[in-house]
Design a protein around this ligand. Structure first.
Ligand SMILES: [Zn+2]
Length: 232
C-alpha cells in the first residue's frame, strides 16, 4: 500500500444483506474514514423470501438493487456480484477462483467475511463462503502457480494481512460503531425484501444488540469479530 493510498478492505458476504447485519457499523466507519471498501456478494440470494408470489429471478434482481443502494449509503468503492446459487454455494474450483481473482484485483489489507466454523446452527452458504475466502487468502492468492492464468491478465499474487470474521463464535476484536449507527441502519434497511422498512422498533432491536456487545468493551455500541493475522 502506498503512503497516500487509503487502507483497503474486501468484504466477502455470503448473501446480499449479511454484511449489513454482521458488520454494517464497521463498514460505515471504514468508509467514513476514507478507507477503500469493496463488497463481493457471493450468492444471488434468490431463496430469501417467504412470499410465494415472488419469482426467484425477480428476487435476485431486487436484491442486487437493494445491495447497490446500501453501497451508496456507505460510499463503497465497488460492489461485485458473483451470482452463485443461493443455498447451493459449493467449495468449488470455480467459486475459489472468483474469490482469488477479487483478492488479486482489489489487493486488500483486510478481508472481512463470515465465520465458517460455527458449531451447531449455521447457514451452509456462510460456512462455505467463509472457508473459501480463508483458503483463497492462504495459500491460493499468495502463490503465483495457483491460477497462473491470472498472471497473463496482469493479476499479480497478493498477501492479505488480516482476515476478520463476523458472527464469530470466539470474537476477540471490536469496533466502536456508536457514531455510525444511523448509517448502519440506513444501509441495513435498503434490504427491504429482507428486513422491511426502518422503524423505531427495528432501531431499538439493533441498538440493544450493539449495546450488549459494547458493554463488554466499555463503549456504547460495538460490533465484534474474530481477527486472524495472516501475513505481515
Ligand atoms: Zn446469509
Amino acid at each position: 500500500m502506498g503512503e497516500n493510498e487509503p487502507d483497503s478492505i474486501l468484504v466477502v458476504t455470503p448473501h446480499p444483506d449479511d454484511s449489513e447485519s454482521g458488520a454494517g457499523g464497521t463498514i460505515a466507519r471504514w468508509c467514513a474514514e476514507g478507507k477503500k471498501v469493496v463488497l463481493v456478494v457471493c450468492t444471488n440470494g434468490d431463496k430469501g423470501t417467504s412470499d410465494r408470489s415472488i419469482k426467484p429471478e425477480d428476487l435476485a434482481k431486487t436484491r442486487e438493487i437493494e445491495t447497490l443502494n446500501a453501497g451508496k449509503v456507505y460510499g463503497l468503492a465497488e460492489v461485485v456480484f458473483l451470482r452463485q446459487p443461493d443455498q447451493a454455494l459449493e467449495d468449488s474450483e470455480d467459486f475459489r477462483e472468483q474469490i482469488v481473482r477479487q483478492i488479486r484485483t482489489h489487493r486488500p489489507r483486510i478481508l472481512l467475511t463470515a465465520e465458517p466454523e460455527r458449531r451447531y446452527l449455521r447457514h451452509r452458504d456462510h460456512a462455505v463462503a467463509g472457508r473459501v475466502a480463508l483458503d483463497a487468502v492462504f495459500p491460493y492468492a499468495r502463490d503465483h502457480l495457483s491460477y497462473p492464468e491470472h498472471l497473463e491478465e496482469g493479476l499479480e499474487p497478493h498477501r492479505v494481512e488480516e482476515v476478520w470474521l463476523f458472527r464469530a463464535d470466539e470474537p476477540d476484536t471490536y469496533v466502536d460503531v456508536t457514531d455510525y449507527f444511523e448509517t448502519r441502519q440506513n444501509a441495513l434497511h435498503c434490504h427491504l425484501s429482507q428486513v422491511g422498512p426502518r422503524s423505531k422498533e427495528s432501531d431499538e432491536r439493533s441498538r440493544a444488540r450493539l449495546a450488549e456487545i459494547g458493554e463488554k468493551y466499555g463503549v456504547p455500541l460495538a460490533e465484534q469479530f474474530k481477527r486472524i493475522k495472516v501475513f505481515r
